[in-house]
Design a binder for this molecule. Structure first.
Ligand SMILES: Cc1cc2nc3c(=O)[nH]c(=O)nc-3n(C[C@H](O)[C@H](O)[C@H](O)COP(=O)(O)O)c2cc1C
Length: 446
């Protein structure tokens, strides 16, 4: 659980005169209070700030940075971070063994600093694990990035908050918070709830509107040395076009990602659920920009492959697979849904197999690049997507538990390329699709 301070266990005095039923009732009431406090702690504080990039009224971004700093120092890492770290250690051991087995005379692994013999004291060159490893990928037609690790929309604010803490220039790119034509205040509380291996969110596209985003962050993005992909949302085709027109020419912006998980006001269907609607919005945006346009697929589509094909035919330069999966939690004590909007979007490791499966299916159907998203916490998770056919991945919710997760993923991929003796990370894209008996089909019969 990200950033939640360990709660002190409070022993409540037991009244021996009460019936068991009364005692249980009271316990449920207290549990409800505790739960509310917990949810308020994360919802009102760090995740919403991190998700939207906007400081809450009375809180400055540096407060967020302080929390991220505490997390990065290991004070408040929770399950996913620890789990991912364990896996990383295991991955590293495997990688080291492979290197020894192959007797590859590779260069020393250098973490964070150059070998002393390589530099004179006056040349304090900072070397990174990924230096010298070919991680370059094409994530959309016409968009090549230094490496295949992006941050997912809504989980990295506007990038500037995280830049206070980590070297964001080591990432491939970032996707900003969903941007709409007009400012949106977001949904009623609660907007975040914890689930096993994931989180449920219903932020409601809180953002200051495209013009304000362009004005404010256009000044800051170039300084990040991190390409920015603008996540575009809307309720009509004109809305999507409006955001893109407003963002055109904004420094730092290299592409657009269309969030088609929004209901179309005409009939309520999500744009991304209907191949024709998804194609219409893709065509309309393509007509207004020379920048690459990536469509972000929703797992809610009855036929996600048909949507992917329709977007490719309409001119999409790339696809992101996937957005969150609809879900709900019920507050048993209150007998109503936990989230203010009832339904929310599930993210995190819980959805990874769904996302990998969709990536695998879509990769067989289209020839434009795919960016995998859904539960990536470390390099091993990223490799699943790449082997399924994605050219790159987005790290989202994992960043809440460990702000360094995207950078560790870059490092892990570099180590993998080196240890496997690959010429480039591109060599493993679609590896699970090629040859082998398991490639025969993906149909599932119970
Ligand atoms: C708090 C939160 C806010 C999000 N906001 C957006 C958004 O504004 N636009 C969008 O396309 N996706 C949004 N997403 C979805 C993520 O970009 C990503 O597709 C999804 O969370 C799956 O990746 P993950 O499991 O690594 O988080 C959001 C996710 C979370 C957790």
């Amino acid at each position: 659980m990200p950033w939640r301070r360990p709660r002190k266990h409070v022993d409540r005095a037991r009244d021996i005169g009460r019936s068991e039923e009364e005692a249980l009732e009271e316990k449920a009431e207290h549990a409800e209070e505790d739960e509310a406090v917990e949810l308020a702690a994360i919802d009102g504080a760090s995740i919403v700030e991190a998700a939207t990039g906007e400081a809450e009224d009375e809180r400055m971004p540096s407060d967020l940075a302080a929390k991220l700093g505490a997390a990065a120092e290991g004070h408040e890492f929770r399950a996913w971070g620890e789990e991912a770290e364990d896996r990383e250690v295991a991955d590293r051991e495997v990688a080291d063994r492979e290197v020894a087995d192959r007797e590859v005379a590779g260069r020393d692994r250098v973490v964070g600093t150059a070998r002393p013999e390589d530099t004179s004291p006056s040349e304090a060159v900072v070397a990174h694990v990924e230096d010298g490893v070919d991680l370059e990928v094409e994530v959309a037609r016409g968009l090549r990035l230094r490496n295949p690790v992006l941050t997912a929309s809504g989980t990295f604010g506007q990038g500037v908050e995280y830049a206070e803490l980590i070297d964001v220039s080591r990432l491939g790119a970032m996707v900003n918070k969903g941007t709409t034509v007009h400012a949106r205040p977001g949904n009623p509380q609660y907007r975040i709830a914890e689930t096993p291996s994931g989180i449920l969110n219903s932020i409601g596209l809180e953002n200051p509107g495209a013009a304000a985003v362009a004005k404010k962050y256009g000044k800051e993005w170039p300084g990040l040395r991190l390409p920015v992909i603008v996540n575009v949302a809307g309720y009509t085709v004109a809305d999507y076009v409006g955001v893109v027109l407003e963002m055109e020419g904004t420094p730092g912006v290299v592409a657009y990602e269309l969030n088609v998980s929004c209901p179309n006001v005409k009939g309520g269907t999500l744009f991304g659920c209907d191949p024709e609607l998804a194609a219409e919005v893709t065509r309309a945006v393509k007509a207004e920009t020379d920048k690459p346009v990536i469509v972000k697929l929703t797992p809610s589509a009855p036929d996600v492959v048909a949507v992917a094909r329709a977007c490719e035919e309409a001119g999409a330069d790339g696809l992101t697979a996937i957005n969150t999966v609809p879900g709900m939690r019920i507050d048993v004590a209150k007998r109503r849904p936990v989230l203010g909007t009832g339904t929310g979007g599930l993210s995190g490791p819980a959805i990874r197999p769904i996302a990998v499966h969709i990536t695998y299916q879509v990769a067989r159907a289209v020839s434009i690049p795919i960016i995998g998203a859904g539960g990536v916490t470390c390099a091993k998770d990223a490799l699943e997507f790449l082997m399924a056919g994605a050219s790159a991945v987005q790290v989202g919710s994992a960043t809440f538990a460990d702000p360094l997760a995207p950078i560790k993923t870059v490092e892990g991929l570099a180590e993998y390329v080196r240890a496997s003796g690959l010429a480039s990370i591109r060599d493993i894209v679609g590896a699970a699709q090629r040859g082998g008996k398991r490639d025969a089909g993906t149909e599932y019969v119970q």
